[in-house]
Design a protein around this ligand. Sequence first.
Ligand SMILES: C[S@@+](CC[C@H](N)C(=O)[O-])C[C@H]1O[C@@H](n2cnc3c(N)ncnc32)[C@H](O)[C@@H]1O
Length: 311
Amino acid sequence: MLCSDGEKKLSFGGSIKDGDLVIVYEKRDVMKAVKVCETSMLQNRFGVFKHSDWIGKPFGSKVLSNKGGFVYLLAPTPELWTLVLSHRTQILYIADISFLITYLEIVPGSLVLESGTGSGSLTTSLARAVAPTGHVYTFDFHQQRAASAREDFESTGVGSLVTVGVRDIQGEGFPDEYSGLADSVFLDLPQPWLAVPSAGKMLKQDGTLCSFSPCIEQVQRTCETLKSNFRDIRTFEVLLRTFEVHEGKIDSCQGDEGLSVGSPPCKRRHRSSEGNTMKDSSSSPIIKARPCADARGHTGYLTFSRLQCLS
Ligand SMILES: C[S@@+](CC[C@H](N)C(=O)[O-])C[C@H]1O[C@@H](n2cnc3c(N)ncnc32)[C@H](O)[C@@H]1O
């Protein structure tokens, strides 16, 4: 469980306790979040796992089923949580999240305003970024979504770093009590330009704003509104390219679609160390790298800007 201890250090240290959330990892694309309960069991294709066997083990442990099968029990970090959380809305993923946290200059101690909360994917990472002394105030106008997000923040251990409010941010703006206090504001709303004037009031001088929109038409309207009191307006699309790297054999010059590392993607010939004779290496192993077929494409555009200093 993510916790702030007396030394104000965030960690998943210690061992798994009754009531903790763990990520049960079978393989890269088969993971699920499980709340540990001493009397419960997990059943999957590898057999039956008793939760009572998990208690007291460190996060990261490999645990065995009644049939000798195994899974790993991982800590619910924001990165893993994003992959297993229940999607109540579209969510932000790691590529956009990591870029925006850096570009917004969010650091421990920052005060961040966010809307909408949605499934809380981004909020969980924001919370860890501002910990242990900062805070995230996140707003969604959907009551049930806000309540579910609150429950999730408690289970993932970031509850004390996040306050969830129910509010129509496009209609009413952020609450006045945060005026001039926010280091950063993040918007993931259908009409973000409606919330831009309020975001401007909330930010400290030189504070940063980011708006995420899937469509370029939304970006254009947001940029138009930002021009009145923001500067350094920049829009990015973050495209992540994942590669599979493995050892294989070259079949033929045409048939090999992967790129061999450090050599052209065709049948290689080695110069023999003993002489000038050429040796056919088509049957020897070679490292191949190719982009994954299931790589995520367009998610949305991130528009950043900084509040214009008035003095
Ligand atoms: C796409 S989701 C946000 C997803 C979130 N960034 C995440 O990573 O999980 C957009 C959210 O904005 C909320 N929303 C839409 N209009 C709103 C408004 N006027 N005020 C507050 N929240 C609003 C929706 O209820 C929805 O939960």
